[in-house]
Design a binder for this molecule. Sequence first.
Ligand SMILES: Nc1ncnc2c1ncn2[C@@H]1O[C@H](COP(=O)(O)OP(=O)(O)OP(=O)(O)O)[C@@H](O)[C@H]1O
Ligand SMILES: [Mg+2]
Length: 260
Amino acid sequence: MAGSTLEIKDLHVSIEGGEILKGVNLTIKGGEFHAVMGPNGTGKSTLASAIMGHPKYEVTKGSILLDGEDVLEMEVDERAKAGLFLAMQYPSEISGVTNSDFLRSSINAQREEGDEISLMKFIKEMDKSMDELEMDKNMAQRYLNEGFSGGEKKRNEILQLMMLKPAIGILDEIDSGLDIDALKVVAKGINSLRNETFGCLMITHYQRLLDYITPDYVHVMMKGRVVKSGGPELAQRLEAEGYDWIKKELGIEDATVENA
Ligand SMILES: Nc1ncnc2c1ncn2[C@@H]1O[C@H](COP(=O)(O)OP(=O)(O)OP(=O)(O)O)[C@@H](O)[C@H]1O
Ligand SMILES: [Mg+2]
């Protein structure tokens, strides 16, 4: 099996009338790891939210296809069921829902009725993944993200990723707020998912993450578009030289999205 293909073509996205994404083109195939980098405010998180179908983000032009199926026609839950997953830059706290109940419901929502995961199997898998992520077991019974430290929230996003096993995982700054040991643990978890079918898009500011999770492709976003793509060496050059050389090359003064 070759895995899924996520195809983003000429994607334009507006928020409250202001255009943020201005023609993003990006294709992620099963088995590939892509890194998306770029200065603050250039549309990276907007891209992630638009792929998942956040209601605030209006797609005004272009397409998103998953194995040829029109993702833009799908509701958020249908997108998850189709195999898309987003680990958020700022995961929300949900009081009253335990982490473990949330995870089990998420897994079951992706399965057919009558084929729900057994409680035993679920607990076994959760224990195993929590061990891999060196998470305290009592995190399972706490309310989702409530009072979690920044690093605990990020680990918990990867716990969801590991248990949901999506076709395409989108990780928005999964490295932010992680201490050095936690970064290694989280990277180990993500790397454990590497196979011929899993496709991954990692949004990050730092080479540090890419030292642990080597991307096949690196893309740079500026002004709401992917303006440059390359291999891992592109990220290394950015780490050493910053973004000025790309701006110069492309005649860009301000990389952020102007909200006209
Ligand atoms: N919900 C929203 N309402 C209003 N403006 C928004 C919203 N979401 C994003 N924007 C604006 O869109 C632009 C791009 O934001 P986005 O979060 O996509 O940037 P980013 O590339 O992820 O930046 P960072 O590296 O700082 O996370 C910013 O100017 C931001 O203020
Ligand atoms: Mg962002």
